[in-house]
Ligand binder design. Structure first.
Ligand code: FE2
Length: 398
């Protein structure tokens, strides 16, 4: 790949959280809080299964032992501004000094937004990009993120995605560099109860968040290195984690890949699949990972068709897609063309084997598809994909 980058252009990588990764990593949380002088926290949890688990009981005893008081909030579904406002008010009510999020992307995003909302006047909705008119000031309670799914990478990012569903719906970000969690405590044991469908969808989200920043126009040598490492581990572990949820080494590999995907997307940008995911999530109640996963292979095929062999930037993207195939499959087909074809094939195979559903299952029809295509932004995709092509891609996955 050296010939692709004869020079390193100036770039910036934002702060990353302190990372504690490995089985039982969660057990260090109470002592970390104590060492930071934190005595009162809000805990936002997602899954009902976690609240019924021994891990939750154990965490509460450890908090009590460390003399940390807590108030807990549960979220079901994706976070809305009104939910976040309620949590922020609850945090103010106990004069919380930190926030702990234990759950999937929804719980962590809700916690991230509520930690910021603690300091903000009015509703969090007023501060959402493209929705509100106010800019967040960057103050936030420190956030400790414990993901229970391997997917969104939000434990490493500076934005929280909030949504309202419906005709006037939106799915938009609250964003500030200071919103990056202070610590990501990534304990693959917390993912053991994650059902195969959620493991599959979140894993495909992570995979999309590795491939899109890798070929992005905003890619940097450092995010490339992280994307390559993430692709290697996603290739080794995604299918295994879906097919055997108690495979802790597969869970660990996917948790690592997902964390890297968050750093990659925050620093190198995303592509057409995520460009379509925002309007899709506003139009219908579809899990973000399912949408990304169902569209990834077909979007890749369209993108490869659009890449012009004579364009040097496009040539870099093609070589990267080819390299992604080698990392993901562990096999080298010898040529860029051969590996690009293998990447499409592998993603189509994965989509089938791990059972990523189609769009119609979530109420999408030809009209919804047209609306989503019209609202799709290309983001940092390496090649332009017009609305007609986005519509055709979505129809293939209806
Ligand atoms: Fe994503």
């Amino acid at each position: 790949m050296n010939r692709d980058h004869p020079a390193i252009h100036p770039f910036t990588i934002g702060r990353t959280p302190q990372l504690i990764l490995g089985p039982a990593a969660r057990n260090g949380l109470a002592d970390m809080l104590k060492a930071a002088g934190v005595a009162r926290i809000g805990v936002i949890t997602g899954s009902r299964s976690f609240r019924g688990s021994a891990a939750w009981q154990e965490l509460q005893s450890r908090l009590a032992e460390a003399r940390v008081q807590w108030k807990d909030f549960a979220i079901s579904g994706e976070p809305s501004p009104s939910f976040v406002d309620r949590v922020s008010a609850g945090l103010r009510g106990i004069e919380a000094q930190a926030v702990v999020a234990i759950g999937g992307g929804s719980a962590i995003d809700a916690a991230k937004a509520a930690a910021a909302g603690y300091y903000l006047e009015g509703s969090i909705k007023d501060y959402l990009e493209g929705v509100g008119t106010r800019s967040p000031d960057g103050r936030s309670l420190p956030l400790y993120a414990l993901p229970t799914t391997a997917g969104t990478g939000t434990e490493a990012t500076k934005n929280a995605v909030l949504s309202e569903i419906g005709p006037a719906g939106f799915k938009k970000s609250l964003r500030h560099d200071n919103y990056i969690p202070v610590a990501a405590i990534i304990d693959p044991e917390l993912a053991l109860g994650c059902p195969p469908s959620v493991t599959a969808a979140s894993g495909m989200d992570a995979l999309t968040q590795l491939i899109e920043p890798y070929v992005s126009t905003g890619a940097t040598p450092l995010t490339d290195a992280m994307a390559e490492s993430g692709l290697l581990w996603a290739g080794r572990c995604l299918e295994r984690a879906v097919l055997n949820g108690s495979d802790i080494s597969a869970r660990t590999g996917m948790a690592y890949a997902a964390y890297l995907s968050g750093i990659c997307l925050a620093n190198a940008g995303l592509g057409i699949v995520h460009g379509a995911a925002s309007p899709a999530g506003a139009a219908r109640e579809i899990p973000h990972g399912v949408f990304c996963g169902t569209l990834l292979a077909v979007a890749l095929r369209y993108s490869l068709e659009q890449l012009d062999a004579e364009n040097p930037q496009h040539a870099i993207a093609r070589r990267k897609y080819a390299r992604a195939a080698v990392l993901l499959t562990g096999e080298d087909h010898g040529t860029v063309e051969g590996n690009c074809a293998a990447l499409v094939e592998e993603l189509e195979r994965l989509t089938e084997v791990i059972g990523v559903p189609r769009l119609a299952a979530f109420g999408f029809d030809a009209e919804t598809v047209r609306t989503v295509a019209a609202g799709t932004a290309g983001k940092s995709h390496p090649v332009e994909i017009d609305a007609a092509a986005v519509e055709a891609m979505l129809l293939e996955r209806l």
